[in-house]
Design a protein around this ligand. Structure first.
Ligand SMILES: Cc1cc2nc3c(=O)[nH]c(=O)nc-3n(C[C@H](O)[C@H](O)[C@H](O)COP(=O)(O)O)c2cc1C
Length: 146
């Protein structure tokens, strides 16, 4: 996958809003096949990581913002997914924080004790078009009061 496309995705993440503009995030770009396979083996729902050419591991840093270190990287991740989609790339968000394997992943990637792994994002060119669904607006939106 082209470096320029990955950079565009990372720039979209970089420009996400963050509380007090503390930007409590870091992104590890993993291309190495063995590392992707190890990540995939650790994650019970993470098979995409061995199949896709790039995995971006999203970290949150409580030292940069003790309250929003999880929200802000999540917002940045959504920006990243949208930038990927706009460039014709497919992605999958795989949750990591508070799982039994978060510590194993941290060790594998040299992540310091204080930081958290929010999620892993697999990225690649999709070889299929998938469908999905969402709850109806009428069910999830209220006006003026609930
Ligand atoms: C916090 C979070 C954790 C997720 N974890 C996984 C995961 O571990 N494995 C996976 O295949 N998809 C994961 N997903 C993707 C969701 O399953 C997916 O977004 C949802 O099923 C709706 O599908 P769509 O986004 O393709 O419309 C996760 C999404 C979020 C937001």
């Amino acid at each position: 996958m082209e470096d320029e496309k990955i950079t565009k995705c990372l720039e979209a993440a970089q420009w996400a809003p963050s509380a007090s503009n503390r930007q409590p995030w870091h992104f590890i770009v993993v291309r190495d096949e063995r590392t992707r396979k190890k990540l995939s083996d650790m994650h019970p729902y993470g098979r995409f990581m061995r199949e896709s050419p790039v995995v971006i591991v999203v970290l949150g840093d409580p030292k940069k913002h003790p309250k929003y270190y999880l929200y802000d990287p999540s917002i940045a991740t959504q920006n990243l997914l949208l930038a990927a989609h706009a460039q014709g790339l497919g992605t999958c968000w795989m949750g990591v924080i508070n799982t039994p394997f978060e510590e194993d992943m941290k060790r594998l990637l040299n992540v310091p004790e204080r930081m958290r792994i929010v999620c892993c994002i697999s990225m690649g060119y999709p070889d299929e078009t998938s469908t999905s669904d969402r709850r109806e607006l009428a069910e999830i939106v209220s006006y003026e009061k609930l």
